[in-house]
Design a protein around this ligand. Structure first.
Ligand code: DI6
Ligand code: FE
Length: 399
């Protein structure tokens, strides 16, 4: 199939803004981009689709979500509006642990059913790949059920799902005050079992005062390395514990949040090729004051991705387009940087840069087609969805 009468934001770096190509055509063969170039030189194809001058982008990638969970935290939202902080709620047994309770009580079917409407919102905006974390089970069986639910979502909808084992998300209630003993379980039982079941594509953790120390995360990462799983880390969200330095030392795919990261962390990430995943939805929801050091990341050439962090507590967000706007308005990313953050750099944060994230010959034909006059509109507008259509591996997806 040949896509014609379109403009292409290839999102390749180094050339025109947005890697834009005007008056071009794109040929899809066997689910991949087989040719991309000037319309006048386009090869013949069995089928042609005239896109009416619309913009074609790589399918969007939401590279950090906790979209599988039980229940919701609207009551906590009310408490925080009455003055409680996120950390106070967490220490009082609410927060993540209230979601753990609801998630442990849910079957795989129930987790899938609850996640689907959230996923559908993302897909309706042109998301073709999503990362999904566990981390609300905090015991082997429940972590496995979350990951099974995440994998099932890829059967229920036409979307690529990458999973991350986030057993080191919080200390489970039955291990209160005994975080090291829980880390023992994560390392000796949960990681090996999940690895054996093939349910995780990466291992993640939450390195923070209310979660796990760098020493504890190091043990988790050493085990991940031993079983040959890549790592990523929630680092420097609320304080600077040097999580980014630790993650980079393990060649992490990404370090995420990073509001409090300092130059040592940024330098280590640059050297390791670790992507900075910024999460404006959590920054907004928690009314954080300190934005991540975007200038420092730019100066050191650290690739920046952005994501919804869709979760019931700190980022109940199911719009990646809204996150583009937040990244620009709250973090001062340019619309082009924000878009690279949900395409090229998000793919890299998942280790999928050879397959998706830009429009390039050989990559998968995962495409999002928008009814816009300029790509900057995607970050500029608030609460508006201009998606015209999307394709996964060259097939039109239902809108
Ligand atoms: N940081 C976050 O923003 C989410 N997890 C994490 O480690 C929040 C998860 C939650 O509040 O349920
Ligand atoms: Fe998160």
């Amino acid at each position: 199939m040949l896509l014609t009468n379109a403009r292409f934001a290839t999102m390749q770096s180094g050339g025109a803004p947005y890697g834009a190509l005007d008056d071009a055509a794109l040929l899809i063969e066997a689910g991949r981009i087989a040719w991309l170039g000037p319309l006048s030189a386009a090869p013949r194809a069995a089928e042609t689709a005239d896109l009416g001058g619309r913009w074609v982008l790589p399918g969007l990638v939401d590279c950090h979500t906790h979209i599988v969970f039980g229940g919701n935290r609207a009551r906590e939202f009310e408490l925080r509006l009455e003055g409680a902080t996120y950390e106070e709620v967490a220490r009082a047994g609410g927060g993540i642990l209230s979601t753990v309770k609801a998630t442990r009580a849910a079957s795989v079917d129930e987790l899938v059913a609850q996640a689907l409407p959230r996923l559908d919102h993302l897909l309706a905006e042109g998301v073709t790949t999503i990362e999904i974390k566990s981390g609300y089970g905090l015991e082997l069986e429940s972590e496995i059920r979350m990951l099974e639910a995440a994998r099932r979502l890829a059967d229920e909808r036409d979307v690529e799902v990458q999973t991350s084992l986030l057993a080191a998300h919080a200390v489970p209630p039955e291990f209160k005050g005994r975080a090291d003993a829980y880390v023992d379980i994560v390392v000796s039982q949960i990681i090996p079992a999940v690895r054996k079941a093939g349910l995780a594509d990466a291992v993640d953790g939450f390195c923070e005062g209310i979660a796990f120390s760098p020493a504890q995360m190091r043990r988790v990462f050493e085990k991940a390395r031993a079983v040959d799983l890549p790592v990523k880390l929630h680092a420097e969200q609320l304080s600077d514990l040097k999580g980014a330095v630790l993650a980079a030392g393990f060649g992490a795919l990404s370090a995420d949040h990073l509001e409090y990261v300092q130059e040592d962390g940024v330098r280590a990430m640059a050297a390791a090729g670790t992507v900075a995943v910024l999460l404006p939805g959590a920054f907004y929801t928690l009314r954080e004051k300190q934005a991540p050091p975007v200038d420092l990341l730019r100066r050191h050439g650290v690739p920046i991705a952005i994501a919804t962090d869709c979760n019931p507590g700190s980022s109940p967000v199911t719009s990646l387009l809204l996150v583009l706007n937040m990244a620009a308005t709250l973090f001062r990313l340019t619309p082009e940087e924000a878009l690279a953050g949900v395409t090229r750099n998000a793919a890299r944060a998942l280790g999928l840069e050879a397959e998706i994230g830009t429009l390039e010959v050989g990559k998968r034909a995962d495409l999002a087609i928008f009814d816009i006059d300029h790509p900057a509109e995607l970050a500029y507008r608030i609460g508006y969805n201009p998606l015209f259509a999307s394709l996964r591996e060259g097939r039109w997806r239902p809108c």
